[in-house]
Design a protein around this ligand. Structure first.
Ligand SMILES: [Fe+2]
Length: 207
């Protein structure tokens, strides 16, 4: 079982603004099967990284357009379902004319990839339906835009809330083992142990 990263580039659009962004797309799997975490910008590049492996699902950390804009195209290409927390339907509709994914993610769900369990943690704040994916056996956490190297994801735009993201990070993420590697939606990795001491600083600065 291994984790692979594909970096894709495009734009993030919300509240009338457009920003150039690089996104991390994560593949969790082995030689036969893979779970794709987020489908950003470039279905072709992601499909190439998947190769001839079976895609179990495309699991979305949240539905900001930079994380889901390639999801329908990739789903069609690889024949896999798209999984999204229903609280992010509002954001999905901003990104796509297509219907929301038929399959949902809920807090406490367990996805299986090979013989490892992927636990779904609902962590609202950056987006109402933001989730993180925890793989206890590998000591790995995929946080999307909820937790980065250096602090919480942005909460300044529509459908975001700073006190809510602080609650999510404090209660659901910083309670995980300190040695847990955090694979984020943009930029570099961090660990729970590296971030946990800074919670009060983030609260004091307000972002
Ligand atoms: Fe986001």
């Amino acid at each position: 079982m291994r984790v692979e990263k594909v970096v894709t580039s495009g734009t993030f659009n919300l509240d009338g603004g457009t920003w150039d962004v690089d996104n991390n797309v994560w593949l969790l799997g082995d030689d036969d099967q893979v779970l794709v975490i987020d489908a950003a910008h470039d279905a072709e590049a992601i499909a190439k990284a998947v190769g001839d492996r079976e895609v179990l699902a495309i699991a979305c950390t949240h539905a900001h357009d930079d994380h889901v804009n390639a999801a329908p195209a990739l789903a069609e290409r690889v024949g896999a379902p798209v999984l999204l927390h229903p609280a992010d339907d509002v954001l999905w509709r901003l990104a796509h004319e297509e219907d929301r994914p038929a399959d949902t993610l809920s807090d406490g769900d367990i996805l299986r990839v090979g013989d490892v369990e992927v636990r779904v943690l609902h962590t609202p704040g950056h987006a109402p339906g933001a989730v993180c994916f925890h793989v206890p056996e590998l000591n790995v956490l995929f946080t999307g835009d909820t937790l980065f190297q250096g602090g919480p994801g942005a909460t300044g735009r529509s459908h975001s809330d700073f006190p809510t993201i602080v609650d999510s990070i404090r209660d659901k993420l910083l309670t995980l083992p300190p040695e847990t590697t955090v694979h984020t939606g943009h930029g570099g990795d961090t660990t729970i142990g590296a971030e946990a001491p800074h919670l009060e600083e983030w609260i004091a600065r307000g972002h």
